[in-house]
Ligand binder design. Structure first.
Ligand code: NAG
Ligand code: NAG
Ligand code: NAG
Length: 442
C-alpha cells in the first residue's frame, strides 16, 4: 500500500497522506488516520485506532495535532518539527490526526463541513483511552485553523474536561460570528489558549480562549509578503505564522513575552507594560508553556484575556521591550518620533523606531515610549537617539531633553540607564554613553 514506507530499522512506519492538487480539484472523502509518536518511536509513526492503542501509554500526557484545510493536498510542512519539539519538551504520546482525505479540496466549505465527523472519530478514540485508564486532564489538543474548531467540538463532547486546547489561528470563514457550540470557546477545555495571526483573512478575529494572543495585532505579520505576486505565500504566510510562533516556544532560546491589554493600540502606546499582577511577576509567554498562567487566567471574570506582542520577521521572533522615558523642557509642545539604537562594547547594535504615532513632548512632562528591539544586549555601552517630526523641508527643530531613562521590561531588576541634558537636532543622530540612574531619582 502506498501509505506505508519502510524505515531503515525494518519497522513499517505510517506516513502522512500525500495528495495532489488533482485530488483537491476532484475533492476527497473523509478518512482519518491516527499516527502515534512516542519517545520509543519518535520518527516512525505507528498507526493507532480505537481498537489498537499501540505504544500509547495512557498514564502519560497525550497531545493531538490536528491540521486544517489543505487546498493543495500536500502534508503540512511544520509537522515533523512540531512532533519533535513536543517529544523533546516532555515524555508524552503525540497523535497526529491525519484527515488529509477530507481536508484536501479547493472548496473550503467541503472541508469545514467535515469537522464534526473528525471530532466524532477522536471522541471514540479518547473513549477507548479512558477505558484503558487515561484521564481527560492529560489530554491536550493542538488545532490548526479548522483543527482548532475540531478540538473545540471534541472538548465540548467531554464537557470541557480535556486538559488543554491550543488553537493556532482558528479558522474564521464559516465560523465567524457563530455561537460557542459551533466553534472553539473557553469552555471546551480546562485551559484554552489561542494565537491569532491572520484576523483579516483566514483567521478568526474575536477571542476564543482563556487567553488570546495577537502577534503584531493579529493582522499582517512582519516578513510575510504584502502582495499577491508572492504566490501562495501571500495567502498562507500570516496564517501559518501562528504555528511558527508556537514552534519557537519549543525550540528557541528566547521566550516570547506578551502583554495583556484591551487593544493593540494601547499596547503600542505602552499602556500595558505591567501585567496587572503583583510586582515582579511575569507576563504570559506564548506557545507551549502558556499554561503556566492557567490558574491566574481562569480566575478572571470573564476568564478571557487578550494579549499583544510584536515579533521580528523571522526565527526566533522574540523582541525585547524597553521603556524610554523622556522628560523635555522645550517651551513649545513638540511632536515627533524617536529612533533609538543600542550598542554593546563588542559593537553589536540593535535598533527600534517608535513611529506608529507621533509622541507629544510637553515641558516637564514625562513621556514613556515603548521600544522593541530584535536583540537583547547584556551591557549597553552607547545609546543613539534620533528625533524626527517627519518634516523634510523647513526649520530643523530641537528636542531639549532634561532626562532620558531606559528600562527593560523583560528584566526590570537590571539597572536602569539614564542621561541628562541632551539636545537632539532633528534628523541628526546623537550618540552618548548612558550612566546608571541614581536610585533616589527613580
Ligand atoms: C486498527 O489498527 C490495527 C493495527 O494497525 C489494524 O489491524 C486494525 O484493522 C485497525 N482497526 C480499524 C477498525 O481500523
Ligand atoms: C507508562 O508510563 C509510566 C510512567 O509514565 C511508566 O511507569 C510505565 O512503565 C509505562 N508503561 C509502559 C508499558 O511503558
Ligand atoms: C542561548 O542562551 C544562552 C544563555 O542564555 C546564550 O548564552 C546563547 O548565546 C543563546 N544562544 C542563541 C543562539 O541565542
Amino acid at each position: 500500500c502506498h501509505l506505508i514506507s519502510i524505515s531503515d530499522t525494518d519497522e513499517t512506519c505510517l506516513v502522512f497522506t500525500k495528495l495532489s492538487f488533482h485530488n483537491a480539484v476532484v475533492g476527497t472523502g473523509l478518512n482519518v488516520k491516527l499516527m502515534l509518536y512516542t519517545r520509543r518511536n519518535p520518527t516512525c509513526a505507528q498507526g493507532v485506532n480505537s481498537t489498537a492503542l499501540g505504544n500509547l501509554n495512557v498514564t502519560k500526557k497525550t497531545t493531538f495535532i490536528i491540521h486544517g484545510f489543505r487546498p493543495t493536498g500536500s502534508p503540512p510542512v511544520w509537522l515533523e518539527d512540531l512532533v519533535e519539539g513536543l517529544l523533546s519538551a516532555e515524555d508524552m504520546n503525540v497523535v497526529v490526526v491525519d484527515w488529509n482525505r477530507g481536508a484536501t479540496t479547493v472548496i473550503y466549505s467541503q472541508a469545514s463541513g467535515k469537522t464534526r465527523n473528525v471530532a466524532k472519530i477522536l471522541k471514540e478514540f479518547i473513549d477507548r483511552m479512558l477505558v484503558e485508564g487515561a484521564s481527560l486532564g492529560d489530554i491536550y489538543m493542538i488545532g490548526v485553523s479548522l483543527g482548532a474548531h475540531i478540538s473545540g467540538f471534541v472538548g465540548e463532547m467531554f464537557n470541557g474536561q480535556l486538559g488543554r486546547i491550543t488553537g493556532l489561528d482558528p479558522a474564521g470563514p464559516s465560523f465567524n460570528g457563530r455561537p460557542p457550540q459551533d466553534r472553539l470557546d473557553p469552555s471546551d477545555a480546562q485551559f484554552v489558549d489561542v494565537i491569532h495571526s491572520d484576523i483579516d483573512a483566514l483567521g478568526y478575529r474575536e477571542p476564543l480562549g482563556n487567553i488570546d494572543f495577537y502577534p503584531n495585532g493579529g493582522l499582517d505579520q512582519p516578513g510575510c509578503p504584502q502582495t499577491i505576486f508572492a504566490g501562495i505565500q501571500y495567502f498562507k504566510c500570516d496564517h501559518q505564522r501562528s504555528m511558527y510562533l508556537y514552534l519557537s516556544s519549543l525550540s528557541e532560546n528566547c521566550t516570547i513575552t506578551t502583554y495583556p491589554c484591551d487593544s493593540y493600540r494601547d499596547y503600542r502606546d505602552g499602556k500595558c507594560a505591567s501585567c496587572g499582577r503583583a510586582p515582579g511577576e511575569s507576563c504570559p509567554t506564548v506557545g507551549y508553556y502558556a499554561d503556566n498562567w492557567k490558574d491566574y487566567l481562569r480566575e478572571k471574570d470573564p476568564p478571557m484575556t487578550k494579549a499583544f506582542f510584536d515579533t521580528a520577521e523571522k526565527k526566533p521572533f522574540c523582541m525585547y521591550h524597553y521603556f524610554v522615558d523622556i522628560i523635555t523642557w522645550n517651551k513649545n509642545v513638540r511632536r515627533g518620533s524617536i529612533t533609538i539604537k543600542l550598542r554593546d562594547k563588542d559593537g553589536k547594535t540593535t535598533e527600534s523606531r517608535i513611529d506608529h504615532q507621533p509622541a507629544t513632548f510637553q515641558k516637564y512632562h514625562q513621556v514613556s515610549l515603548l521600544a522593541r528591539f530584535n536583540q537583547y544586549l547584556d551591557k549597553v555601552a552607547a545609546i543613539s537617539l534620533v528625533f524626527s517630526t517627519g518634516n523634510v523641508i523647513g526649520p530643523k527643530y530641537k528636542l531639549r531633553i532634561l532626562r532620558m531613562k531606559l528600562r527593560s521590561l523583560a528584566h526590570p531588576e537590571r539597572p536602569q540607564l539614564c542621561r541628562y541634558d541632551l539636545v537632539l537636532l532633528e534628523n541628526t543622530e546623537t550618540v552618548f554613553q548612558p550612566i546608571p540612574c541614581p536610585k533616589l531619582l527613580m
